[in-house]
Write a protein that binds this ligand. Structure first.
Ligand SMILES: NC(=O)C1=CN([C@@H]2O[C@H](COP(=O)(O)OP(=O)(O)OC[C@H]3O[C@@H](n4cnc5c(N)ncnc54)[C@H](OP(=O)(O)O)[C@@H]3O)[C@@H](O)[C@H]2O)C=CC1
Ligand SMILES: N[C@@H](CC(=O)OP(=O)(O)O)C(=O)O
Length: 335
């Protein structure tokens, strides 16, 4: 099997290299693409050096089976036709196609089978913040329908890409040296701060990131659930955290919820308040699962539950989820 990564030099692209290797993904050849900026760069994969090629409108994808794209929505839109025209399956990490009716939006633990219906040869990987939330929500949805979700996110700097990670580190160094911090990737200084804005504002005063959590959750879960999100950037390097309140159709006890989380696909229950044990981004960075803790009944709502979910958004929120989609298709003989 021939596999390609578009955006190989990026935060998600680099994670693809690690995840494909870690999971022993069955590929014979890996091709790497980027813009002019990274063309010519060498990356090592399974002891072999691979040179990054410039993404162009040519026949480079002719004999490629799967293309993982993580180079921004503009690039995905511009190159989708070039990538898919000879039959390659494009698994796209950007927001370019997520809400289009003929493009499946897939989290394998929730709606893997949707990946089989892809008239345009494109499968969209959801927004990272949404992926980790729906994996946790599905555990409860399995036992009682979720009617509403309120969520506050604590999103790591790496959600804004490799340059944003470097900017956060640089800001701390600049502040220690008494210099004015550089602000390019974030709206304000992120070091020693939190910023209640991820992406731009929409007409209803929610941000685009917050509206993705509303719309994408409903599409992935095939649900009428209403989601009100508040997305916040925090000075964490890697792994997003979410504080989640849900209202279910019938009351769900804490014990029942914990059992549901413990057996759900992709969820790891880490909830021992007596031992001060709960998930935190520092511990979860680099891990595969969605870690859930602080499970409680909502004292303000008899049908309410509240919990905390942490996951590595570059891994499960991007590269790993896309690779799991590909693995699902291989397993189902549906490539
Ligand atoms: N970071 C995260 O947590 C998540 C990111 N995503 C999505 O994944 C995508 C990539 O994000 P991320 O890795 O963080 O971003 P980065 O900024 O770290 O990387 C961007 C990548 O895109 C490549 N690229 C940009 N323009 C072009 C082009 N014209 N042709 C080919 N390659 C191009 C860059 O290559 P070069 O260096 O050559 O310019 C680079 O490899 C985005 O769409 C983002 O929304 C989704 C979920 C989570
Ligand atoms: N959710 C990412 C941003 C991102 O990459 O979103 P999307 O894939 O929906 O464009 C963040 O934390 O900033």
């Amino acid at each position: 099997m021939r596999v390609a990564i578009v955006g190989a030099s990026g935060a998600v692209g680099q994670e693809f290299l690690r995840v494909l290797d870690e999971r022993n993904f069955p590929l014979d050849e890996l091709l790497l693409f980027g813009s002019k900026r990274s063309a010519g760069t060498l990356y090592t994969f399974r002891n072999k050096e691979i040179i990054v090629k410039e993404l162009q409108h040519n026949d480079d994808f002719k004999d490629v089976d799967i293309v993982f794209t993580s180079a921004g929505a503009g690039t995905s839109k511009e190159f989708a036709q070039t990538i898919t025209k000879y039959g390659a399956v494009m698994i796209d990490n950007s927001s370019a196609f997520r809400m289009e009716d003929d493009i499946p939006l897939v989290v394998p633990e929730v709606n893997g089978a949707d990946a089989k219906m892809r008239p345009r040869g494109i499968i969209a990987n959801p927004n990272c913040t949404t992926i980790q939330m729906v994996v946790a929500l599905q555990a409860i949805e399995n036992i009682s329908h979720i009617k509403t979700v309120h969520v506050s996110t604590y999103q790591a700097a790496s959600g804004a890409g490799a340059a944003a990670m470097a900017e956060l580190k640089h800001q701390y160094e600049q502040l220690i040296n008494g210099e004015t911090p550089t602000i390019e990737k974030f709206v304000y200084q992120l070091a020693y701060n939190v910023i209640p804005q991820v992406d731009v504002f929409t007409d209803n005063l929610y941000t685009k990131e917050e509206m993705k959590m509303y719309n994408e959750t409903r599409k992935i879960m095939h649900s009428d659930v209403k989601v009100s999100a508040m997305c916040v950037r925090v000075p964490v390097m890697r792994a997003h955290s979410e504080s989640i309140w849900i209202e279910t159709e019938r009351p769900v006890s804490v014990q029942e919820a914990k059992e549901a989380f413990a057996k759900a696909d992709g969820v790891i229950l880490m909830d021992e308040p007596e031992n001060k044990r709960y998930p935190m981004p520092l511990d979860i960075a680099g891990k595969d699962g969605v870690y859930v803790g602080r499970v409680r009944s909502d004292i303000s709502n008899p049908k309410g539950l509240t919990f905390w979910a942490v996951s590595d958004q570059i891994k499960k929120g991007a590269a790993l989820n896309a690779v799991q989609i590909a693995e699902y298709l291989i397993k189902e003989n549906a490539l």
